[in-house]
Each structure stands twice: as C-alpha cells, then as structure tokens.
Write a protein that binds this ligand. Structure first.
Ligand code: ADP
Length: 415
C-alpha cells in the first residue's frame, strides 16, 4: 500500500505540472490520474489476496494469532503448512525435531524422510488425513508417527483455503514396551519349557530303557524333583513379579521393623549357608528400625539378596548383612540394608542390566544354582513400590555389595 501511495503522489505531481504548463487539459489529467490510481492499487489488493493463501495472518490477525498460539501450545511437534507445503507456523518441539524447518520455506526441503514427503503430498492431493511411521536416526533412533491433517482456513472473501497440520508423535516408548512384552513371553516360555523337556525326557527313559534299573530310577527321580521345583519357583517368581507390578503405584502404609525381618531371613538361610560353607555375619542395631513396608515383600527381597550372595559369592566364605542409617546423595535420610559377599564379583558391564528380567551373567551357573533370572528384577520392583532404591557395587574378584535403601518412617505411636 505504501508503494501505491508513492506512485499516486508522483503521478499526481507530474500531471499537475503538465496542467500548469498547459500541456494537458485538466479533464484529461484527472482521467489519467484515475487510471494510474486504479493500476497502482489493484495489483496490491490482488497481491494481498494471493498472500492470504500463503500466510494465515493475512486472513484475520486475531485468528492467525490464535492459530499460532494453538500450534505453539501443542505438546507434540506440530507444523502448519500452506497448501504448497510452505511452513506457516511451527512450535519449539518441531524446531527441535527438524532444525532445518524454516518459516515461509517449503517443508519438503527440511524433512527428507520419503514417508513424510509421500504423506504430505497425498494429504494435499486428496484433502484426507494421512499417517506415516518412520525411523528417525538423529539424535538417537526413534520411531515417529506422523499425521498430516488438512484443515480449512477462512479467507478474506468468505471462502476457505486449505492448510496442512503436521503432528509428530514419538512411538519409541510404546514400541519398547511392546518389544519387552514379547521378549518376556518368549523368555518365560523358554524357561518353563527347559525343565518341562527334561521332565518328559526322564519320564520316557523311566518307562523305557531304565524301566527295571533301580539305581537309575532313583537318580532320575532326584533330577526330576529338582526340575519340578525349578518350574514351581519360576511360576512363583512370575506371580510375585506381576503382583508387585500391579500394586506398584500403591505405597505400603503399614509400619514394619526391619530388624526382625532381616534376622528371620538370615535364620531361614542358615541351612543353605552351611551347605555352601559360608558364614553369615549379621550386624543389626539393637533398637527397631521402622519403615513403611509390606512384610511379605520385604522377606522376599532380603531372601533374594542374601540367597544370591550365598549362591554366587560362596567362594568368599563369608556374607555380611548390615543395617545402617545414612544420608542419600540428595541429603535425605535413608535406611540402608547392605548384603556383601567376597566371591568373584560382577564385571562392570553387567551391573546396569542385572535387574532386567531373565538377565544372568552366566546362564548355566544360574540354572545350576536353581536360579530363575527374576530375583533381582523382583527386588527392584519391591524397592520401587517402597519408594526405595537398589545400589549394586562390585569389584571383580573381591565380591559384590547389594544395598537396599528405604525412606525411614517415624516409630509407631504407642497408645
Ligand atoms: P538368578 O535367579 O539367576 O539368581 P537374579 O535376578 O537373582 O537371578 O540374579 C541375576 C544374575 O546376577 C545372576 O544370575 C548372577 O549372574 C548375578 N548375581 C546376582 N547376585 C550376585 C552376586 N552376589 N555375586 C555375583 N553375581 C551375582
């Protein structure tokens, strides 16, 4: 519009000079001025109309600001494009996802994934919603789901134009959960099938070749008994794990004293300790130590930690179980139960994965010890439910220390 005004001013001055010097009749000058005025104004109006297609702000400033605010406020990456694919608005999440995206530039140049280009092209051509899933490699591998939604936008003359709203959703956590679920089912069935295969193998042998061999029968029955126990333990662990997971969001609210619980577990494992020729040193305070906890789950937790120390750290000949009160890294008080062995320890690369279901450092060793690979996973889930944490420290050849840390509770009020 500013350009039109300048042209009109210049033309007006020129025509006035011609009229003053008598080179042009006033009527003709006026007609010429009107023509020039129309010529100067009309293209700019048309340009405004054309621009309204490219930029929603030209449609209605209030609506355009609202559109920008909506795009900016969307939690997932979102980009609003015109019908040609030029970026009108994009939010911070989209700028982070595709740093090459620029306002007023074609999105096709910034988003190179063929799935995105195809979905965008199809949505523009058909005016229908298009979805695509693609693997984004930068900065890390992520599965992204893209939705291109054509949205009508009102124009100046009461008509409507089309914009494309592109939204992206990170599907990686969902896919991971799905993969974990599939892995879990595969692992659990594999773990159950192994003892089952051994059992049916021995049954066949006992019915056939070893039918009348009393010595072999005794030996096979012993092995079958152990395999059956292993299956029962596995099912027990699986059930406990799913029970703890189901109640993970409900923090236990009964007050329990940890001292007798630890003592009960250690006493119960005395026989195993003797079998493995390991002594259990217990260092517990004389006064009660209270936490908000579930007694059965805590018994299970300490049983797993102490039993692991006896099984995998037996070569050290000693297991120390101690209870202390300390400050966490954030300075909050916590109750720590430490189970330390002096066995072969664990190589650092295994430490972060020990609490994964079915993860074992040595599968053969774990099976030989009657392990299920679920013990530490159960420990972690029980601790999570108690709002506690598990610390694992180990120096290979010097043993391992598993520490269960809990938030302390005030002693119960005696009426
Ligand atoms: P498992 O049923 O196999 O014992 P866990 O989840 O309790 O399963 O333990 C996972 C693995 O961690 C074990 O198989 C073992 O390899 C390793 N582990 C656990 N505790 C110890 C320990 N005190 N010393 C050495 N390795 C250990």
């Amino acid at each position: 519009m500013r350009h039109s005004a300048i042209i009109l001013l210049a033309a007006g001055l020129a025509l006035a000079v011609l009229v003053v010097f008598g080179d042009l009749a006033a009527v003709r000058a006026a007609a010429a001025f009107i023509c020039i005025g129309a010529a100067a104004l009309v293209p700019w109006r048309l340009h405004d109309v054309a621009a309204s297609r490219d930029d929603v702000r030209a449609v209605n400033p209030v609506e355009a600001a609202a559109v920008a605010a909506v795009v900016a406020g969307m939690p997932d990456p979102a980009v609003l494009l015109d019908r040609a694919g030029r970026v009108l608005h994009l939010n911070a999440a989209a700028a982070q996802l595709a740093p090459a995206l620029r306002k007023n530039e074609l999105a096709q140049f910034a988003l190179r994934s063929p799935e995105i280009i195809t979905a965008l092209r199809e949505a523009i051509a058909t005016s229908e919603i298009r979805r695509a899933t693609y693997l984004d490699h930068v900065p890390v591998d992520r599965w992204m789901e893209l939705t291109v939604t054509p949205v009508p936008v009102p124009t100046l003359f009461g008509g409507s134009d089309k914009c494309m709203l592109m939204t992206f959703h990170d599907q990686t956590p969902l896919r991971r959960v799905e993969e974990m679920r599939a892995d879990f089912v595969a692992n659990a069935s594999h773990e159950l099938r192994t003892p089952l295969a051994a059992l049916s193998g021995f049954i066949d042998t006992l019915q056939g070749p070893a039918k009348d061999d009393v010595k072999a029968r005794e030996r096979f029955l012993g092995i079958m008994h152990n395999q059956a126990k292993r299956m029962a333990r596995l099912i027990d662990d699986l059930l406990s794990l799913s029970r703890v997971e189901l109640s993970a969001h409900v923090r236990p609210d009964t007050l329990v004293d940890l001292v007798p619980i630890i003592r009960q577990v250690a006493d119960g494992l005395e026989l195993l300790a003797r079998e493995r020729q390991v002594t259990i040193d217990i260092d517990l305070p004389d006064t009660p130590v209270w936490i908000a906890g579930d007694r059965e789950e805590l018994l299970r937790l300490f049983e797993n930690l102490i039993e692991n120390a006896l099984k995998y750290g037996a070569s050290g000949g000693k297991v120390v179980v101690s209870l202390s009160q300390a400050l966490s890294g954030e300075g909050t008080p916590e109750v720590r139960v430490m189970v330390r062995d002096f066995g072969p320890g664990i190589a650092p690369e295994h430490l972060p994965r020990l609490t994964e279901r079915f993860y074992r450092v040595d599968v053969g060793d774990s099976r030989a010890q009657g392990g299920t690979g679920l013990g530490l996973s159960l420990v972690k889930h029980i601790l999570n439910r108690h709002r506690g944490r598990l610390l694992i420290e180990s120096v290979p050849k010097q043993g391992a220390t598993f520490t269960a840390a809990f938030p302390p509770a005030m002693p119960p009020v005696v009426a």
